[in-house]
Design a binder for this molecule. Sequence first.
Ligand code: NAP
Length: 261
Amino acid sequence: MKKIGFFGAGKMAEGILSAIPSKRGVFMAEKVASRRAELRGKYGVKTTADAKEVAKASRLVFLAVRPQDVDGLAAEVKPFLTAEHTIVSIVAGKTLAKLRKAFGPKARLVRVMPNLALRAGAGMCAITAPASTPAEDVAAVEKILGGAGETVILKEKEFDAVTALSGSGPAYFAYMEEAMVEGGVALGLAPKTARLLAEQTMYGTAKFLRESGMELRPFIEGVCTKGGTTAAGMEKLDVPLFKETVRAALKAAADRSRDLA
Ligand SMILES: NC(=O)c1ccc[n+]([C@@H]2O[C@H](COP(=O)([O-])OP(=O)(O)OC[C@H]3O[C@@H](n4cnc5c(N)ncnc54)[C@H](OP(=O)(O)O)[C@@H]3O)[C@@H](O)[C@H]2O)c1
C-alpha cells in the first residue's frame, strides 16, 4: 500500500481519515495550526503546514482543500510529483482535465465526489479515473472510501448529476426533515421530540429500503392503507408540484456544478 497523505485536513479529510484502519503512517498538510494539533491528538497522524512535505513523503494523496485553493496548492507541490504519485481529488467541480492542467503530466489522477455522510461512516462516494490511472490505484481508493460508506465507479460525465443528487443530497434530506419537524411542532410536539421522530423515521426508512431492496412504489403503496392516516397525508404530498420541485432542485445543482467546472 502506498503511503497516504492529505492536502488539506478539514471536515471531509477527517471523514476519509476515520475510514483508514492504520492512521499512524498518514501525513496531513493543513494550514490551520489548531487543526493540526487536534488531528495529531485525536488520531496520532503526522502533520505539517507545508504541503510540499506531504508531496515528498506520500504517494497516495487526497486533495481535500476548497476549490479556490487548488491552483495555488498545485503550483507549490507540482515540482515534487512523480509518476508514482496518485492524487485523489474530492474537490467539487474540478474536472480531471483541470486537475491534469494544475498538477502536470506526471501524477496519476482519481476524482471522487463524496458527501457529508462520510463523516458518519455512511457516505456515498462516486469514483472516476482516466484510462492512464492503473486499476490497482482505483481499487486502493475504493477500498479506503469503502470504509466510510458506499462507493460506485462512474464515468466523469455523470459527475454533475452525482454532485446534484448524492453530493448536495444531505442538505435536501435535512430540509425535508426540517419541514417534518415544523409540521410535528405545529401539531403540538416539543421540537426535540419532533426531531427525534422525524430523524429516526428518515434513518429507519432508508435502512429498511437498503436492506430489503424493495421497490419504492410498492413500499409507498404498502404504507398507504386505503382510508388510513398515511393515505390522507400522501394525498397532500403526492401532487405534481412536489416532484417537479425536486427535479428542478437537482437540475439547478447540476447546472451549477457544470458552471463551476
Ligand atoms: N462538505 C461537503 O459536503 C463536500 C461534499 C463533496 C465534496 N466536497 C469537497 O471537499 C473539499 C473539502 O471540503 P471541506 O468541507 O472539508 O473544507 P474545509 O473544512 O474548509 O477544509 C479544507 C482545509 O484545507 C486547508 N487548506 C487550504 N489550502 C491549503 C494548503 N495549501 N495547504 C494545506 N492546507 C490547506 C484549509 O485551511 P484554511 O481554512 O486556512 O484555508 C482548510 O482547513 C472541497 O473542495 C469540497 O468541494 C465537500
